[in-house]
Design a protein around this ligand. Sequence first.
Ligand code: NAP
Ligand code: MG
Length: 462
Amino acid sequence: MKAHDGMYIDGAWRPAAGTDTITVLNPVDEQPVGQVPAGTAEDVDAAVRAARAALPGWAATPPAERAVLIGALRDRLVARKDEIAETVTAELGAPLAFSEAVHAGVPIVVAGSYAELAAAHAFEETVGNSTVYLEPVGVVGAITPWNYPLHQIVNKVAPALAAGCTVVLKPAEDTPLTAQLFAEAVHDAGVPAGVFNLVTGLGPVAGQALAEHEGVDLVSFTGSTAVGKQIGATAGAAVKRVALELGGKSANVILPSADLAKAVNVGVANVMSNSGQTCSAWTRMLVHADQYDEAVELAAAAAAKYGPRIGPVVNAKQHARVRGYIAKGVEEGARVVAGGPEAPTEKGYFVQPTVFADVTPEMTIAQEEIFGPVVSIIRYTDEDDALRIANGTVYGLAGAVWAADDAEAVAFARRMDTGQVDINGGSFNPLAPFGGYKQSGVGRELGAHGLSEYLQTKSLQF
Ligand code: NAP
Ligand code: MG
């Protein structure tokens, strides 16, 4: 795997300020696949200065020209999609077919959507006797996680560039090679020097320095709620804009009129996908008491079909953490009907696809984000009970509702405290705003709403 030993700052790969490095491991066999520099506050400072210097020129570039460059970036991602998939597979451990379809495929669609939005968006509007200009917020500090290495980057960088902002990216320490490949694509697309900058490094060092830097106007963070709270506090103290895309504990609500087998099978597949490392995964399956035993049987059978082909989780810490949650579920009295806490292989960070029955809403496994291939099946007695359980966590990122007809499902979905709901298996829409209610976050990504996060208004009265 190709790795740069420098940072991408001001349009070139430059040596890092320090000598520390990060070794990237393949989660399948725990073998090294590459090494990148571990950036410090000094690297972050150089990158923020470059981004600030490039800001006036980029902000003044007509949106149509910015759109052309984002389109060129998309084309570079298309040209290198096989390499992207191989890189994500090497550092995240995702099965290659999934990397090709989702980890490489989705960011191409999102980048394309922002090429179109940059060209079509109204950056100026008239309100009575005022002209309102939508101007870029400024320098963006983007901090991304490893679970969808390229998607999380494109979700921030594409709208930021479309808005006329410049960016410093600190990607996850576990998946920096995909980020370096993205920086190459930005460079080859012809995006001007300083508009996009990359500093690889550790969260508490490079990430924190970026979030605290006074030259950053907006911090956009995706990751754990614990770190998100810290970043929100830092940004608040400095009166900086902040966008937080945090955890989830989403409910898959199966109403009695639904096609039970379909709802259960799609629900289990949703959780097992990406080895359960999806913030919007429907990790709680809510089933009516009368259908409970049948649903448990269906879910256990569905999970048993997966096995190790779901791929490992990302690292040793997550491997221990996820299996710790499974052990906790057993300890608190839930019943394992598929999988379990034992590692299925000696090498690699594999976790057994696990289904818990007899889960009650207050159990740890029904409240906390596990971020692994674990689904908890919870019994409800009537719709109000189902709603209470669905809304009964600190999170509110996503969810699903299944019923005989869409209208019945929509009526339930409208009462859920959550940012996205799939109705009867509705498919992913790259233009629909994505983001959380409650502690799942602040702000929205994707589509026009995602672009608005990077804009501020200036009103001129006549
Ligand atoms: P995390 O620590 O929140 O990582 C997210 C990003 O923030 C990474 O780039 C990380 O750098 C950086 N970071 C860490 N500490 C920081 C700090 N003090 N200041 C600034 N940036 C900092 O998440 P994680 O440790 O990788 O995963 C832990 C849990 O978070 C998971 O089990 C899951 O529950 C949740 N998670 C949620 C999402 C999501 O999409 N909502 C994604 C990933 C994880 P490093 O890579 O160096 O840590
Ligand atoms: Mg971390």
